[in-house]
Design a protein around this ligand. Structure first.
Ligand SMILES: *Cc1c(COP(=O)(O)O)cnc(C)c1O
Length: 437
């Protein structure tokens, strides 16, 4: 019967994310219109021999001998997570995906699989707050040094490379400044370096693609090795679940599988089912709507006298507009600047800008209807926050400035409301800032 089916590869990615594949290697759900939720922490084994084979085959992609893999135990793999993984690999145009219970679980796996004691990481200078503390604190305790550099200049990492360098870590657009990195140029530089390094000292490029979601940017197609995501954000999209994912080539399957098996942080089947059935299948719809509103709001903010500057990849004034044009495009090839905006409030001094940021946040917390003071992003509802005193408080104040963060910088994650309603709330709040100035 399956031979008569049309080939999913002939359809667009948004349509494929809605339909998925009719079955995974281990499991057939083709009778269901929506895949069923399964909940069984362990699986019945046909014989002791088959159970033993199932265990040995786990995580050994390279050594499979053609037999059908079986489910043994949830943490190793289960139907709903595997369906989500297959769909995420389609979304990112990768070969394999692994899900984790949080984005940080995925960041740790995506970097950690490549590290040995004494290995070094070179990271873009502006990264998610907890990634920064993973690098500057937790990895440092394991004798893995992390160096930060401004990767908006593609070759800035070259002087930091030595025999111990194993990972080049990127975030683009970066959180919260929306700095954008030229992934093509970086991938070429790393490829040239790797051509002269032995296999076990190759540098692996890893990117956190949470801000753009695969709808706007697919780094593997630009030559990056590993993509990590917080599924908590734009991919799950409704603001009700946490999750993380690593998407890469088959080559790294065994090593990343080992990290999830041994360190845990597996995703629960029910959450995997929700992210698959509600989140990923509506990704294209939600992000198209969000970025249409984001463009209108970015233009409104740019024209506002209380605002010093606006960073949005869709604006002509965006400092990395050319890179953005090459990196950010949807599955049809249209420019896809995304739903994240960063803007800076004017002030007499840095401290004055910071104070105005707080006035705006407090005003919104008390009065706004459809803009919510909260961390996180990529939800149905528009969220606003002041990174300097909230998400990026783990960076010391002078490090924030060094990394291009403005003391009065505000991060806005656009939801699916009517753009004019959002502008109404922002207008009132900016008026309050002007009055309180
Ligand atoms: C939220 C976030 C993370 C961490 O994800 P959790 O699901 O909260 O663990 C990592 N990177 C970026 C860019 C994020 O926004």
């Amino acid at each position: 019967m399956s031979a008569a089916k049309f080939n999913p590869k002939n359809y667009s990615v948004p349509t494929r994310l809605l339909y998925g594949e009719p079955k995974s290697e281990e499991w057939d759900y083709s009778h269901h219109v929506v895949p069923p939720i399964t909940a069984s922490s362990t699986f019945r084994l046909g014989s002791a021999q088959r159970g033993a084979e199932g265990f040995l085959a786990l995580g050994k992609y390279s050594e499979r001998k053609g037999e059908t893999p079986i489910y043994v135990y949830d943490r190793m793999g289960e139907p709903n997570t595997n369906l989500l993984q297959d769909a995420l690999a389609v979304a990112e145009e990768g070969e394999v995906a692994f899900c984790f219970s949080t984005g940080m679980g995925a960041v740790h796996a995506g970097v950690g699989f490549a590290l040995l004691p004494g290995s070094e990481v070179i990271s873009h200078r502006t990264v998610y707050g907890c990634t920064y503390s993973l690098f500057s604190d937790s990895l440092a305790r394991l004798n893995c040094k992390v160096f930060f550099t401004d990767m908006t200049k593609a070759d800035s990492f070259l002087p930091l490379v030595n025999d111990n360098t194993r990972v080049l870590y990127l975030e683009s657009p970066a959180n919260p400044t929306l700095e954008m990195l030229d992934l093509d140029a970086i991938a070429v530089l790393v490829r040239d370096l790797n051509a002269k390094r032995p296999a076990d000292r190759r540098i692996i490029t890893v990117i956190d693609n949470t801000f753009s979601t695969p709808f706007c940017q697919r780094p593997l197609t630009h030559g990056i090795d590993v993509v990590v995501h917080s599924l908590t954000k734009g991919i799950s999209g409704f603001g009700v679940d946490m999750g993380g994912a690593v998407i890469t080539r088959k080559e790294f399957y065994d090593q990343i599988f080992r990290i999830r098996k041994d360190f845990g942080a597996a995703l629960s089947p029910e959450v995997a089912w929700r992210i698959l059935s509600y989140g990923l299948s509506t990704l294209a719809l939600r992000v198209s709507r969000q970025q249409e509103s984001a463009m209108k709001i970015a233009r409104f903010l740019e024209a506002h006298p209380a605002v010093e500057y606006v960073r949005y990849p869709g604006l002509e004034s965006f400092p990395w507009h050319d890179v953005a044009r090459r990196m950010l495009c949807d599955y049809q090839g249209n420019f896809a600047p995304g739903f994240m905006i960063y803007f800076a409030l004017k002030g007499q001094t840095p401290e004055d800008s910071r104070r105005r940021g707080r006035i705006m946040m407090d005003y919104i917390a008390e009065h706004a209807y459809c803009v919510t003071l909260a961390v996180s992003l990529g939800q149905l509802r528009t969220l606003i926050e002041h990174p300097g005193s909230m998400t990026h408080a783990s960076y010391p104040a002078e490090e924030q400035v060094k990394r291009g963060m403005h003391p009065g910088g505000i991060r806005l994650a656009i939801g699916i409301e009517e753009a004019d309603d959002l502008i109404q709330d922002l207008k009132q709040s900016l008026l309050a800032v002007q009055k309180g100035a």
